[in-house]
Write a protein that binds this ligand. Structure first.
Ligand SMILES: NC(=O)c1ccc[n+]([C@@H]2O[C@H](COP(=O)([O-])OP(=O)(O)OC[C@H]3O[C@@H](n4cnc5c(N)ncnc54)[C@H](OP(=O)(O)O)[C@@H]3O)[C@@H](O)[C@H]2O)c1
Length: 329
């Protein structure tokens, strides 16, 4: 079987981590990288062992040898970069948050469908073995009826107006960067359609949220409670609590290698401790490979419906905060 030839668009922080995972994955060929700068592309290709370096995203998308493109640019660029690659017949693995709003995401998913190409949000958490173990516990009924998901993702980030995290024109803010993880967890375990969303945010001087708190109520007395932000260090735990038991993920729940299953009296029933094979990003790469080999257009682990549900909740939160990105005004 021939290798799958990867292209990467963008040479920032996550592109480096992803390239390190790609280098250790069987069947992955580190084929091409593109940057807005020829020098940065060449330096990245040299350092990480890519065969081709392009000084524009268009050039990479036009290369007929590229099978799939990993989009590692700021949120506000995902739409254009994804459409560019899909139009050129490439499968796409797009970083989180997949877009800045549902309108963009719908267009991206629609075009992928029209072109019969694979499209997946790089929500790596959902491909990780410990997460899949938690899903297995739930499927076999160990939690009974799930009543509550609690999760936080907070960081202490030094303010830098040039950092995409604080820049509205880059799709900045804690919601799209951090809350997307706990929201994905909540949606995966409670459902795509909360019946009520109550949220609040601290909006910084640049017009994006520095921290936020989200409460979602679901039918049947279920709820999710979520905090995220750039202003406080946090242990970033997560819990899924049901009538018969609970699952507690290790700290930094979205990338933890540990989860524990408890019964309803708090006795430990089972513990999953599964070290990464590489750096944790390999599992989303394996999933993309599996889907492409099987001719799937969306992942069963990260279905479009879940990505869309989270995006529509984020739209609703921003509308509650009157927070809009420049392209939405
Ligand atoms: N899965 C994860 O664990 C994880 C972790 C961090 C980030 N992410 C996601 O990955 C994406 C990139 O995050 P990052 O932290 O890697 O960002 P970053 O360090 O700022 O890098 C983004 C790269 O995108 C390119 N780019 C294109 N247009 C840009 C613009 N207008 N401003 C700045 N850069 C631009 C740049 O590459 P060139 O100049 O070479 O073109 C830049 O190096 C985001 O969607 C983020 O949410 C995911």
């Amino acid at each position: 079987m021939s290798n799958i030839r990867w292209g990467i668009i963008g040479t920032g922080r996550i592109a480096v981590t992803f390239a390190e995972a790609l280098a250790g994955c069987e069947e992955a060929e580190l084929y091409a990288v593109a940057s807005r700068s020829e020098e940065r592309a060449a330096a990245f290709a040299e350092k990480h062992g890519f065969s081709k370096a392009y000084g524009s995203y268009e050039q990479l998308a036009a290369d007929p040898e590229v099978d799939i493109v990993y989009i590692a640019t700021p949120m506000s660029s995902h739409y254009d970069d994804t459409l560019l690659c899909l139009r050129r017949g490439k499968h796409v693995l797009c970083e989180k948050a997949a877009a800045i709003n549902s309108r963009e995401l719908d267009d991206m998913i629609t075009l992928a469908g029209e072109k019969n190409l694979f499209f997946m949000e790089a929500m790596w958490m959902k491909c990780r073995p410990v997460y899949l173990k938690a899903k297995e516990w739930v499927k076999r009924g160990s939690l009974g009826d799930i009543k509550c998901v609690k999760a936080d993702f907070c960081n202490l980030v030094k303010y830098d107006p040039k950092d995409r995290l604080f820049a509205p024109e880059c799709g900045g803010g804690a919601l799209l960067d951090l809350a997307v993880y706990p929201l994905t967890l909540a949606v995966d375990f409670l459902g795509n359609y909360p019946c009520e969303i109550i949220s609040s945010a601290n909006i910084g001087r640049d017009g994006v949220d520095l921290s936020n708190s989200i409460m979602m109520r679901y039918q049947g007395g279920k709820y999710a409670s979520i905090n995220s932000g750039f202003q406080q260090p946090c242990r970033n735990g997560a819990a899924i609590i049901g009538t018969e038991g609970s699952i507690i993920f290790g700290e930094w729940f979205f990338c933890t290698c540990e989860a524990v299953l408890y019964d309803r009296d708090g006795n430990e029933l089972e513990r999953a401790a599964i070290p990464n094979e590489i750096n944790g990003y390999e599992y989303e790469i394996y999933e993309a490979h599996r889907c492409i080999r099987a001719g799937l257009r969306e992942s069963t682990l990260i279905p479009h419906s879940g990505t869309k549900a989270v995006m529509s909740i984020m739209d609703e939160c921003r509308s509650q905060w009157d927070m809009y990105y420049p392209s939405e005004r």
